[in-house]
Design a protein around this ligand. Structure first.
Ligand code: C5P
Length: 233
Protein backbone atom coordinates (compact mmCIF):
# COMPACT_ATOMS: atom_id res chain seq x y z
CA UNK A 1 0.00 0.00 0.00
CA UNK A 2 1.56 3.34 -1.05
CA UNK A 3 0.55 6.26 1.12
CA UNK A 4 0.48 9.96 0.23
CA UNK A 5 0.10 12.90 2.58
CA UNK A 6 -1.88 15.80 1.15
CA UNK A 7 -1.31 19.19 2.78
CA UNK A 8 -3.88 21.94 2.15
CA UNK A 9 -1.82 25.10 2.58
CA UNK A 10 -3.62 27.57 0.32
CA UNK A 11 -5.57 29.53 2.94
CA UNK A 12 -4.99 33.22 3.59
CA UNK A 13 -5.39 32.80 7.35
CA UNK A 14 -7.41 35.95 7.82
CA UNK A 15 -8.25 35.16 11.47
CA UNK A 16 -4.52 35.42 12.17
CA UNK A 17 -4.42 38.98 10.85
CA UNK A 18 -3.27 40.47 7.52
CA UNK A 19 -0.02 39.49 5.84
CA UNK A 20 1.69 36.41 4.43
CA UNK A 21 -0.53 33.35 3.75
CA UNK A 22 -0.85 31.47 7.05
CA UNK A 23 1.07 28.34 6.05
CA UNK A 24 4.09 30.46 5.12
CA UNK A 25 4.26 32.31 8.43
CA UNK A 26 7.14 31.33 10.65
CA UNK A 27 6.92 29.67 14.05
CA UNK A 28 10.07 28.53 15.77
CA UNK A 29 12.00 30.29 12.98
CA UNK A 30 10.58 28.05 10.22
CA UNK A 31 7.39 28.39 8.10
CA UNK A 32 4.48 26.36 9.50
CA UNK A 33 4.19 24.46 6.24
CA UNK A 34 7.82 23.27 6.48
CA UNK A 35 7.26 21.91 10.01
CA UNK A 36 4.15 20.04 8.86
CA UNK A 37 5.78 18.63 5.72
CA UNK A 38 8.91 17.52 7.62
CA UNK A 39 6.86 15.62 10.19
CA UNK A 40 4.74 13.94 7.52
CA UNK A 41 7.88 13.02 5.58
CA UNK A 42 9.42 11.47 8.70
CA UNK A 43 6.38 9.25 9.31
CA UNK A 44 6.84 5.54 8.84
CA UNK A 45 4.40 4.95 5.97
CA UNK A 46 4.32 8.25 4.05
CA UNK A 47 5.89 7.80 0.59
CA UNK A 48 5.00 11.11 -1.07
CA UNK A 49 3.81 14.52 0.15
CA UNK A 50 1.64 16.82 -2.01
CA UNK A 51 1.24 20.44 -0.96
CA UNK A 52 -1.68 22.59 -2.20
CA UNK A 53 -0.04 26.02 -2.27
CA UNK A 54 -1.74 29.41 -2.54
CA UNK A 55 -2.34 29.74 -6.32
CA UNK A 56 -0.02 32.75 -6.69
CA UNK A 57 2.74 31.22 -4.54
CA UNK A 58 3.51 27.86 -6.16
CA UNK A 59 7.04 28.90 -7.16
CA UNK A 60 7.67 30.52 -3.77
CA UNK A 61 6.54 27.38 -1.94
CA UNK A 62 8.74 25.23 -4.19
CA UNK A 63 11.73 27.45 -3.38
CA UNK A 64 10.93 27.38 0.31
CA UNK A 65 10.73 23.59 0.46
CA UNK A 66 13.93 23.30 -1.59
CA UNK A 67 15.67 25.54 0.98
CA UNK A 68 14.63 23.36 3.90
CA UNK A 69 15.62 19.75 4.04
CA UNK A 70 12.62 17.42 3.70
CA UNK A 71 13.24 13.65 3.83
CA UNK A 72 10.67 12.53 1.20
CA UNK A 73 9.40 13.24 -2.32
CA UNK A 74 7.39 16.50 -2.22
CA UNK A 75 5.13 17.72 -5.04
CA UNK A 76 3.36 21.07 -5.20
CA UNK A 77 0.05 21.92 -6.86
CA UNK A 78 -1.94 25.17 -6.94
CA UNK A 79 -4.69 25.10 -4.31
CA UNK A 80 -8.26 26.30 -4.73
CA UNK A 81 -10.74 28.82 -3.35
CA UNK A 82 -11.74 26.57 -0.42
CA UNK A 83 -9.94 24.01 1.69
CA UNK A 84 -12.13 21.31 0.11
CA UNK A 85 -11.12 22.37 -3.40
CA UNK A 86 -7.44 22.46 -2.41
CA UNK A 87 -7.67 18.87 -1.15
CA UNK A 88 -9.54 17.78 -4.29
CA UNK A 89 -6.86 19.31 -6.56
CA UNK A 90 -4.03 17.68 -4.59
CA UNK A 91 -5.71 14.25 -4.57
CA UNK A 92 -6.32 14.49 -8.33
CA UNK A 93 -2.57 14.88 -8.85
CA UNK A 94 -1.57 11.73 -6.95
CA UNK A 95 0.25 8.94 -8.78
CA UNK A 96 -2.04 5.97 -9.63
CA UNK A 97 -0.23 3.54 -7.31
CA UNK A 98 -1.17 5.55 -4.19
CA UNK A 99 -3.95 3.69 -2.36
CA UNK A 100 -4.03 5.48 1.01
CA UNK A 101 -4.19 9.23 1.65
CA UNK A 102 -3.60 11.29 4.77
CA UNK A 103 -4.91 14.86 4.70
CA UNK A 104 -3.12 17.22 7.08
CA UNK A 105 -3.57 20.97 7.59
CA UNK A 106 -0.38 23.00 7.11
CA UNK A 107 -1.72 25.06 10.01
CA UNK A 108 -1.01 22.20 12.49
CA UNK A 109 2.79 22.47 12.58
CA UNK A 110 3.32 20.73 15.93
CA UNK A 111 1.58 17.46 15.05
CA UNK A 112 3.60 14.62 16.63
CA UNK A 113 4.92 12.03 14.17
CA UNK A 114 3.38 9.34 16.42
CA UNK A 115 -0.08 10.68 15.56
CA UNK A 116 0.67 10.53 11.82
CA UNK A 117 1.86 6.93 12.29
CA UNK A 118 -1.26 6.00 14.26
CA UNK A 119 -3.60 7.34 11.56
CA UNK A 120 -1.63 5.71 8.72
CA UNK A 121 -1.57 2.41 10.61
CA UNK A 122 -5.35 2.45 11.10
CA UNK A 123 -5.84 2.82 7.32
CA UNK A 124 -3.31 0.08 6.60
CA UNK A 125 -5.18 -2.18 9.00
CA UNK A 126 -8.44 -1.73 7.08
CA UNK A 127 -10.17 1.47 8.26
CA UNK A 128 -11.94 3.23 5.36
CA UNK A 129 -11.56 6.59 7.11
CA UNK A 130 -10.00 7.63 10.41
CA UNK A 131 -9.85 10.86 12.41
CA UNK A 132 -7.91 11.92 15.53
CA UNK A 133 -10.27 13.09 18.27
CA UNK A 134 -9.92 14.88 21.62
CA UNK A 135 -12.55 15.38 24.34
CA UNK A 136 -13.78 18.97 24.49
CA UNK A 137 -13.08 21.12 27.54
CA UNK A 138 -15.86 23.66 27.03
CA UNK A 139 -19.58 23.03 26.98
CA UNK A 140 -20.65 23.32 23.32
CA UNK A 141 -24.05 24.76 22.42
CA UNK A 142 -25.91 25.02 19.15
CA UNK A 143 -27.00 28.62 18.64
CA UNK A 144 -29.20 30.38 16.15
CA UNK A 145 -26.64 32.88 14.82
CA UNK A 146 -29.33 35.27 13.55
CA UNK A 147 -31.50 35.35 16.64
CA UNK A 148 -28.55 35.07 19.04
CA UNK A 149 -30.32 32.39 21.12
CA UNK A 150 -29.23 28.96 22.28
CA UNK A 151 -31.02 26.16 20.43
CA UNK A 152 -29.55 23.06 22.13
CA UNK A 153 -26.78 21.76 24.40
CA UNK A 154 -25.45 18.38 23.18
CA UNK A 155 -24.14 16.05 25.91
CA UNK A 156 -20.46 16.98 26.22
CA UNK A 157 -19.48 13.36 26.89
CA UNK A 158 -20.38 12.48 23.28
CA UNK A 159 -18.53 15.44 21.69
CA UNK A 160 -14.97 15.37 20.33
CA UNK A 161 -12.77 18.01 18.72
CA UNK A 162 -11.47 16.57 15.45
CA UNK A 163 -7.95 17.19 14.17
CA UNK A 164 -5.76 16.19 11.26
CA UNK A 165 -4.15 14.12 9.83
CA UNK A 166 -7.29 12.34 8.72
CA UNK A 167 -6.64 9.08 6.88
CA UNK A 168 -8.59 7.46 4.04
CA UNK A 169 -8.56 4.68 1.55
CA UNK A 170 -7.96 6.67 -1.62
CA UNK A 171 -11.12 5.40 -3.36
CA UNK A 172 -13.24 6.43 -0.38
CA UNK A 173 -11.79 9.96 -0.28
CA UNK A 174 -12.22 10.40 -4.03
CA UNK A 175 -15.81 9.12 -3.95
CA UNK A 176 -16.62 11.45 -1.05
CA UNK A 177 -15.25 14.53 -2.83
CA UNK A 178 -16.97 13.55 -6.10
CA UNK A 179 -20.32 13.09 -4.33
CA UNK A 180 -19.96 16.37 -2.42
CA UNK A 181 -20.21 18.60 -5.49
CA UNK A 182 -21.03 22.05 -4.22
CA UNK A 183 -21.84 20.83 -0.68
CA UNK A 184 -19.29 22.08 1.82
CA UNK A 185 -17.81 20.28 4.82
CA UNK A 186 -15.18 21.70 7.17
CA UNK A 187 -13.22 18.46 7.09
CA UNK A 188 -12.79 15.55 4.69
CA UNK A 189 -14.26 12.95 7.03
CA UNK A 190 -17.52 14.93 6.96
CA UNK A 191 -17.83 14.19 3.25
CA UNK A 192 -17.19 10.48 3.89
CA UNK A 193 -19.85 10.40 6.62
CA UNK A 194 -22.33 11.87 4.14
CA UNK A 195 -21.84 8.70 2.02
CA UNK A 196 -22.86 6.57 5.02
CA UNK A 197 -19.33 5.16 5.41
CA UNK A 198 -18.06 4.57 8.95
CA UNK A 199 -15.28 6.88 10.15
CA UNK A 200 -13.00 5.40 12.85
CA UNK A 201 -11.54 7.42 15.70
CA UNK A 202 -8.04 7.36 17.21
CA UNK A 203 -6.88 9.46 20.19
CA UNK A 204 -5.78 12.93 19.08
CA UNK A 205 -2.93 15.04 20.48
CA UNK A 206 -3.07 18.42 22.19
CA UNK A 207 0.00 19.39 20.16
CA UNK A 208 -1.87 18.84 16.89
CA UNK A 209 -3.90 22.02 17.48
CA UNK A 210 -4.59 24.32 14.52
CA UNK A 211 -2.90 27.72 14.50
CA UNK A 212 -5.88 29.94 13.79
CA UNK A 213 -5.81 33.02 16.03
CA UNK A 214 -2.91 35.15 17.30
CA UNK A 215 -2.98 33.37 20.69
CA UNK A 216 -2.35 30.04 18.92
CA UNK A 217 0.85 31.50 17.45
CA UNK A 218 2.06 32.36 20.95
CA UNK A 219 1.38 28.82 22.16
CA UNK A 220 3.12 27.38 19.10
CA UNK A 221 6.20 29.59 19.70
CA UNK A 222 6.37 28.49 23.34
CA UNK A 223 6.10 24.80 22.41
CA UNK A 224 8.78 25.07 19.72
CA UNK A 225 11.07 26.89 22.18
CA UNK A 226 10.63 23.99 24.60
CA UNK A 227 11.24 21.39 21.88
CA UNK A 228 14.42 23.19 20.77
CA UNK A 229 15.62 23.48 24.41
CA UNK A 230 15.05 19.72 24.68
CA UNK A 231 17.21 19.26 21.56
CA UNK A 232 14.30 18.19 19.30
CA UNK A 233 14.49 19.54 15.73
O1 C5P B 1 -9.02 28.15 7.28
P1 C5P B 1 -8.68 26.92 8.02
O2 C5P B 1 -7.89 27.23 9.26
O3 C5P B 1 -9.82 25.98 8.28
O4 C5P B 1 -7.68 26.15 7.07
C1 C5P B 1 -7.25 24.83 7.34
C2 C5P B 1 -6.18 24.46 6.32
O5 C5P B 1 -6.76 24.50 5.00
C3 C5P B 1 -4.99 25.42 6.32
O6 C5P B 1 -3.79 24.65 6.31
C4 C5P B 1 -5.20 26.24 5.07
O7 C5P B 1 -4.00 26.70 4.46
C5 C5P B 1 -5.92 25.25 4.14
N1 C5P B 1 -6.72 25.94 3.08
C6 C5P B 1 -6.47 25.63 1.74
N2 C5P B 1 -7.16 26.28 0.73
C7 C5P B 1 -8.08 27.22 1.03
C8 C5P B 1 -8.38 27.53 2.41
C9 C5P B 1 -7.70 26.85 3.42
O8 C5P B 1 -5.60 24.80 1.43
N3 C5P B 1 -8.67 27.86 0.04
Amino acid sequence: MRTAAVVPAAGRGERLGPGTPKALREVGGVPMLVHAVRTLARARFVDVVVVAAPPGEVAAVAALLADHEVPAEVRIVAGGASRQESVLLAVASLPPDVTAVLVHDAARPLVPVELVDAVATAVREGAEAVVPALPVADTVKVVDPDAGFVVATPDRATLRAIQTPQGFRREVLEAAHAAAGAAVATDDAGLVEALGIKVSVVPGSEEAFKVTRPIDLMLAEALFARRYADGVR
